[in-house]
Every structure is written in C-alpha cells, then in structure tokens.
Design a protein around this ligand. Structure first.
Ligand SMILES: Cc1cc2nc3c(=O)[nH]c(=O)nc-3n(C[C@H](O)[C@H](O)[C@H](O)COP(=O)(O)OP(=O)(O)OC[C@H]3O[C@@H](n4cnc5c(N)ncnc54)[C@H](O)[C@@H]3O)c2cc1C
Length: 562
C-alpha cells in the first residue's frame, strides 16, 4: 500500500488550499478527486457552444480576493494564470413596472440615485452603511479566525474597545434580524427593501428567517465598495492556479479517483480505499473536503461513531435547491430598466420581498415556486474574454430557491415530480419571467444548458439535494455550531481526521478559509507534538503545560460523549 503524510479527499478550492499549505510546509500530500475536473463548485467550460466560456456553478470570487490565501499568495497565483476582471457595477434590481435600482461602486452615484428614488431610503442607506463600517472595524476580522480560539477571544475584546458596548449591541440586533426586519428598520420603499433582501436568498435566508440579515448586510456594502470580481477566462482559473502552485510544492493531484471509504484503526483514520479497491495510507492526516452526509454516511458508514455525533449528522440540515440556466446569446439583454443595467455583474429579479417569502416557503415545502428569484449574472459584460465576438454574450442564471424533492407546483401547470422531467418546463418558466424584464430575450438565445438541483448533486455529492451552500447557514449551523458543536475547529471524531469546506466554519462561498485554517491547525498541532517530545526531556512540568495548551487548542471533544 502506498502512503503519504496527508491525503485530501476532494479537490474543491478548500481542499486544494489545505494541500497547498501543507505541501509548502514540506508534507508529502496527495489530493484525490472523483471528477475529471478539479474545482468542485468552481468550474468553467464551453457548455453551450465553442468559444462561450460559462461558469458552471459559482462565479463571483470577491470572497476569495478577501481571503488570507489570496492576500498571501496573490503573486504566485498570478504566475499560475489567475487574473481578475472587476466590474464597478456590482448589482442591481429590476422591478415589474420597468424601473430598476443600481448599486455602483461609486457610492455617491448610488446615493444620488437612492435620493431621487426616495430621500428616506438614502438616509437609511447611509445609517446602515455607518454600521457596516463599525462592523468592518470590529467584527469582520473574526471571519478568518479559528473558532474557538484565544485569537477569537482577543478580537472580540478588541471589538468591544474599538466600537464600544452600545454599538456592539446595535450590531448584534442587526445580525439577529431577518432581512424583512432589516428593511423595515432602515428603508421606506419596497424596492430598496428588496434590493437588500435578495442577498439573503443567495444563502438560505428567506425574508423571515431570524439571523438572515447578516449576509445581506455584509454583501450589500462590501460589493458596493469592491465591485464584483470574476476570474478572467473562467472561474476554473482559481482552482487551477491553486492546484498548479500546490504541484510546484510537490503535491500530487489525482482526478477520477473517488474515495469509497476511510479506514479506521484504534480510533485513528489511517487510510482511504478508492472505488477501484486501491488503498492508500496517511500517516499524519486525512482531510475531507466534504459535507457531513458524504463524510459520515458514505465514507465512514461502517466506522463506530459516538451516538451524539450520529445525532448531529442526522439532524444536519441542507438548504433548498438551486437550478442553473446558462444562455449563449446574440447581443446583450434589452433590459426595460435603466440603460446602465446591461453593464451590471448581477441583476436580481425578485420582484419584491413578498415574492421572496412565498418562493422560500414554497421551496422548503416541496412546491415549485410560481415566481422564482432570478440572479442573472452578466459574465461577459464583466469579462469580455468569455465569448468569441463583441456581440456574443453569456448569461449565468441562478434560480433560488427551489425544492430538492418536488411535491407540487404553485401554478398547477407542471405535473412531473422528478427534476429530470421537470427541469425543461421549469427553465421555460424562468425564460418567460426573464422576457418580461428583458423583452425579446428568447429570440436572442443561441443555445441553453440547464442544470437542475439533481444535476448539481450528481456533479458534486456535497451539494445535497442541489443545496449550493453545503448545509443551511441558519444560526443553528453557523459559527461554533458549524458543522456541529465542538467540531468547528475542523477536527472530526477520529484521530487524524479533518473536515474542511462549505459545511465548516466560516461556511460557504469561495472564501478558501476553512482549508487555510485547517492547514494551520495541523501545522500547529504537529509542531506542538515536537515541543512535547522535546519537553519530555526537560521535565514533567513542561509536558503538563504542553498538554493543557494542546487540549485548549484542540477544543476538546467532550461534547460527543453519550
Ligand atoms: C450553483 C452555485 C453557485 C454559487 N455561486 C457562488 C458565487 O457566485 N460566489 C461564491 O463565493 N460562492 C458561490 N457558491 C458557493 C461556493 O462555490 C461553494 O461554497 C464552494 O466552492 C465550496 O467549496 P468547497 O471547498 O467546500 O468544495 P466543493 O466545491 O464542494 O468541492 C469538493 C470536491 O470534493 C469532491 N468529492 C466529493 N466526494 C468525493 C469522494 N468521495 N472522493 C473524491 N472526491 C470527492 C467533489 O467532486 C468536489 O470536486 C456557489 C455554489 C453553487 C453550487
């Protein structure tokens, strides 16, 4: 049996980041990926016609640009082909009466437009933006910090002194709000309330979910400040650059190598077995770039796990499904709203908060929504290298939210109950809606490729039921609770076994952070082991201190006892 220091199961961007950092530190690393392509939810390809490069799943890489990985390795990644196209026109919302609202990176331009729309909304925007600045200063640094950790405690203490107790309480109230409540507090018009609330639906926050305001609060203003960034030439350039940099540090990456199970011996993960029957050993760590269902139900199916962890796995909740509609177009959409709309990275079509609430409730109850939210990405407007000619365009349409298992149709028109049967008629519903906001779009379509929630899971088993975020992001599964209480530090209930990815802190998106923090955790604990061995020669007191520190940094797993 061949053997490595570290095996990473899954070449999503977090798995690749963990592999890269450990290979850089001198570990002998192997990455195993079941698909022919690496990247997981970050892939691109010519899926409609030659020369039209679509981002199959994820497209906006702002989170990656803000990650510690990009900050540290920007130049190396550029050397391996990663460049970004930035749009100063990040997002806008279209409304059924032919109007729209745009958010420009030019904040004055955004505010002027809001003022014309409704002066009270402009005032509310400014007030909420002020809170965002306080949040940026005080709490945003926690996002790339391990939980639990001494560092997190220190940062919370600093937050208290930097913005003061009263502001922290105000921020806590914003973060605990639903998106509907946030809108009620800060805005007057239904249009601006919708402009903010649509961001909640990118995660699984329907307008009435407590704690749903957190993501829109951040995204509304960080996208306004940063614009929107897509990888030039295709989303896949990001994982490809990570992989080629990892290879430069001698990491090995094998594709079409699906792990069937993880082998345990005396409470320690020691090897993996591929679907081909091949076994490969790991002496230091096995890292699953996986969601709990894949890791625990598929790969650890026959390994004894405590009852408490079994309960956590059983009750881990996935978000509603997502459908992707990819269009190759002749010409840009003829938007009814503002002429600038054609240049925007995202166009949100809800149309209003009430529709979002209905769509979300229908989805979680198994009903195909009558009027689904469309997140329309105008990728070629941001990165013109994606199409063969200047008049050729692509649209990336994410349809949120949808039922994973279909039990009915809100309009009573679609009879099928299986996504393989339903995806074409449902895609027609999407196009019909789009045509109202961009008249004539159906005549501009050169080709179309549709992926249903079932296709998402087929492509990547982490996307359970077509959930694009690796598990619901509601408060019960966030922060210290992601994926489970006492397991937010990537260590799973076997020695040497770790989990990274969207199902772990700090959650979904191209943030690369769990892969980064997990690699730090492994490096730290192994250097601690060395310290302990050296400490043994020095004396028992040193060992006792070292063990206390180790226990603290590992977070302990007392919570999984029955
Ligand atoms: C449709 C869609 C749109 C999105 N849009 C955005 C966006 O615009 N911006 C954004 O920031 N985020 C977006 N996201 C979320 C983001 O892309 C994901 O949260 C993130 O990419 C997940 O990365 P990951 O590291 O967890 O691994 P994943 O991407 O889940 O990759 C895991 C890899 O593991 C492999 N694997 C699974 N099981 C095995 C096995 N047994 N053996 C070997 N390999 C295995 C899979 O094939 C996959 O390649 C979107 C997601 C989806 C699905």
């Amino acid at each position: 049996m061949s053997s490595y220091d570290v095996i990473v199961v899954g070449a999503g961007h977090n798995g690749l980041v963990a592999a890269l950092y450990l290979a850089r530190a001198g570990y002998n690393v192997l990455v195993l990926e079941r698909n022919r392509q690496i990247g997981g939810a970050v892939q691109s390809g010519e899926i409609t016609r030659p020369g039209f490069i679509h981002d199959l799943w994820s497209t906006n890489q702002n989170l990656f640009l803000a990650s510690p990985v990009y900050k540290e390795l920007k130049d190396d990644l550029a050397r391996h082909g990663l460049k970004y196209a930035n749009s100063p026109n990040p997002y806008c919302c279209a409304f059924p009466n032919g109007t729209s609202l745009q958010v420009y990176s030019d904040t004055d331009k955004t505010l002027n437009q809001l003022r014309q729309h409704n002066p009270a909304d402009a005032e509310g925007w400014t007030a909420l933006y002020d809170h965002f600045h306080q949040f940026q200063k005080a709490l945003l640094p926690l996002y790339a910090t391990p939980l639990p950790s001494g560092q997190a405690g220190i940062k919370l203490g600093q937050a208290l002194t930097s913005v003061g107790f009263a502001e922290l309480v105000r921020l806590a109230r914003i973060l605990a709000s639903s998106t509907r409540q946030l809108g009620l507090e800060f805005f007057d018009s239904r249009e601006v309330r919708t402009l903010v609330a649509t961001w909640g639906m990118h995660m699984d926050f329907g307008p009435d979910v407590p704690g749903g305001a957190m993501f829109p609060f951040l995204e509304t203003f960080s996208d306004m400040e940063e614009g929107m960034n897509v990888a030039q030439g295709g989303a896949a350039k990001m994982p490809q650059a990570l992989a080629s940099l990892a290879k430069e540090h001698q990491a090995e990456i094998r594709t079409e190598a699906e792990v069937a199970r993880i082998i345990e011996e005396n409470g320690r993960a020691i090897a993996v077995e591929l679907t081909s029957g091949e076994r490969i050993g790991a002496t230091r760590a096995i890292i699953g770039n996986l969601t709990p269902d894949v890791l625990f139900k598929r790969l650890l199916g026959d390994v004894p796990i405590s009852k408490q962890v079994q309960r956590y796995v059983k009750s881990y909740v996935y978000g509603p499904g997502t459908m992707m509609v990819h269009l190759a177009l002749k010409g840009q959409p003829n938007w009814q709203g503002h002429p600038d709309m054609k240049d925007f990275a995202y166009v949100h079509i809800a149309p209003y908060v009430e529709n979002l609430a209905q769509t979300y409730n229908d989805s979680i109850n198994g009903i195909l929504p009558a009027d689904p939210l469309l997140i329309v990405g105008q990728t070629s407007a941001v990165d013109p290298t994606r199409t063969p000619g200047p008049d050729d365009h692509i649209l990336w349409i994410q349809v949120r939210t949808l039922p994973s298992q279909i039990q009915g149709d809100a309009r009573g028109e679609i009879r099928g109950r299986d996504w393989d049967e339903v995806k074409e008629p449902f895609a027609q519903r999407v196009l019909h809606k789009l045509d109202h906001y961009a008249p004539g779009i159906r005549d501009q379509i050169l080709d179309m490729t549709v992926y249903s929630p079932k296709d998402l899971e087929r492509h990547n088993p982490n996307l359970v039921g077509g959930d694009s975020i690796g598990g619901s992001f509601h408060l019960r599964q966030n922060f210290l609770f992601r994926p489970f209480p006492n397991y937010s530090n990537y260590r799973m209930p076997l020695e040497q076994l770790y989990m990274v990815g969207a199902g772990t802190w700090p959650g979904p998106g191209t943030n690369a952070t769990s892969g980064y923090l997990c690699a730090q955790e492994i490096l730290k604990s192994h250097s601690l082991t060395k310290t302990l061995v050296t400490g043994a020669a020095v004396g028992g007191a040193a060992i006792a201190t070292g063990m206390a520190v180790k226990k603290l940094t590992e977070g302990g797993h007392d919570g999984d006892r029955d």
